[in-house]
Design a protein around this ligand. Structure first.
Ligand SMILES: NC(=O)C1=CN([C@@H]2O[C@H](COP(=O)(O)OP(=O)(O)OC[C@H]3O[C@@H](n4cnc5c(N)ncnc54)[C@H](O)[C@@H]3O)[C@@H](O)[C@H]2O)C=CC1
Ligand SMILES: CCCCC/C=C\C=C\C(=O)C/C=C\C/C=C\CCCC(=O)O
Length: 193
């Protein structure tokens, strides 16, 4: 990836998301004459974990996640009437992912096509996650991971809103960090036995 491609990716993935979010919030905020509402930004699994194959992409997606979560922590969220959440999809079968090549992605040869295919979710799995955020009673501060096999809240902080606390709900269960997720998977495995 050359330098201009790096600048373009940062501008497209991060700067435009920051500017777009702030601009939308200005229009939406109840305390500024708007009607309130929800802003859902799109990060990625690459905003939750690190991947050697896509370091620049990964850094922009971590930043989008952090930016959105930081906005959700504002003490004046109830006054704003605006909630902020972030969706973190797994790789999904869109033009972008289906057209990756060894210029856009490093070490692509280390991932067999069969593995790439296996981790690629149908787009519907991701839109389901999006709709979950739309339909929840409260979603401020949510970080929702969506893949073919999982829809997991990695965080659910209504920090400035009505409820407070961290949580991950996967089909009703609560969990908030790596350890809790591992414990939850262990319980799932036990149940499946
Ligand atoms: N497909 C995947 O595996 C994953 C995608 N994502 C994220 O989901 C979001 C959507 O990506 P996909 O639907 O996969 O990609 P896509 O390539 O299918 O769609 C991207 C859309 O962005 C538009 N676009 C590109 N450059 C633009 C620009 N400069 N100004 C305005 N519009 C522009 C394109 O016209 C296209 O409609 C992205 O933020 C991506 O990082 C996150 C995780 C996984
Ligand atoms: C084949 C395995 C790649 C693994 C990367 C892991 C997770 C990636 C998740 C994503 O969000 C999307 C995947 C790839 C995007 C990579 C590069 C984008 C390049 C876009 C472009 O330059 O057009």
């Amino acid at each position: 990836m050359n330098e201009s491609a790096i600048e373009k990716m940062v501008a497209l993935n991060l700067t435009s998301t920051i500017r777009g979010t702030l601009m939308a919030a200005e229009h939406m905020r109840k305390d500024k004459g708007g009607h309130g509402g929800r802003i859902i930004n799109i990060s990625s699994i690459a905003g939750l974990e690190e991947f050697a194959m896509v370091p620049v992409y990964c850094s922009t997606k971590h930043a989008v996640r952090a930016f959105t979560s930081a906005l959700a922590m504002a003490p004046d969220i109830p006054l704003q009437g605006v909630e902020y959440a972030v969706l973190c999809p797994s790789p999904a079968a869109t033009d972008m992912f289906l057209n990756i090549d060894d210029v856009k992605v490093r070490h692509l040869d280390t991932v067999p096509p069969s593995v790439r295919q296996a981790v690629t979710a149908p787009v519907e799995c991701i839109t389901r996650g999006f709709m979950k955020l739309v339909s929840l009673d409260q979603m401020n501060g949510a970080i929702l991971y969506a893949s073919q096999t999982e829809m997991t809240f990695r965080r659910m902080d209504n920090v400035g809103g009505v409820t407070k606390g961290r949580g991950v709900t996967k089909e009703g269960s609560i969990c908030c960090g790596r350890r809790e997720r591992e414990e939850e998977r262990e319980r799932d495995r036990e149940r499946e036995k």
